[in-house]
Structures are given as structure tokens and as C-alpha cells.
Design a protein around this ligand. Sequence first.
Ligand code: SF4
Length: 91
Amino acid sequence: MPATVRIESGCIHCQACALVCPQVFALPDDSDHAVVRGEAREDGITSDNLGEGSPLLPLAGDVWESVREAAAGCPVEIIRISGGAPEAVQA
Ligand code: SF4
């Protein structure tokens, strides 16, 4: 099952996820809520991924670890990961 990352409501804009894993998370200038980058998703859409539920594209193993680290470090615990690690690619 491909890995999917969603960001639920309640983001406090602390930037921790984007600092830990900038390949997947971002805080757009025009939003007060973190998003999952389109570049990291199968559907290419940048959003909280709640509506789309798009799986991640294959990630290098260290990036996947940083996704998990970002989810664990979110102070309001709104980053949800479902599924296993995306197929690893050469770093
Ligand atoms: S770590 Fe959590 S609260 Fe902080 S910006 Fe990311 S989603 Fe928002």
C-alpha cells in the first residue's frame, strides 16, 4: 500500500515539518496552514491532501525517515501517515 501523508486542520504554522522535511512539507506565503508539496505527490497538487488523498511519489529512504520525523515532531499532532514507505529510489 503506497504511503499517503495528510495534514489535518489545526496547524499553528510553527514551520517544524518544513524544516525537518522540506522535500515534502511547505508553508506557502499565502496560507496559514502547512501543505504537502505537489512535487512529492502522485497527483502533483500542493494542498493539505485531505480531499485528494494522493499517495507520495517514491522517496529516497532518508527522505522517508524525515517524513516520519516531521509527523512525530508536529506539536499539534495533525500530520497523518497511512500506508508503508514509498518505494525507495536512489539518493
Ligand atoms: S509541524 Fe504541524 S503545526 Fe507545525 S507547521 Fe507543520 S503541520 Fe503545522
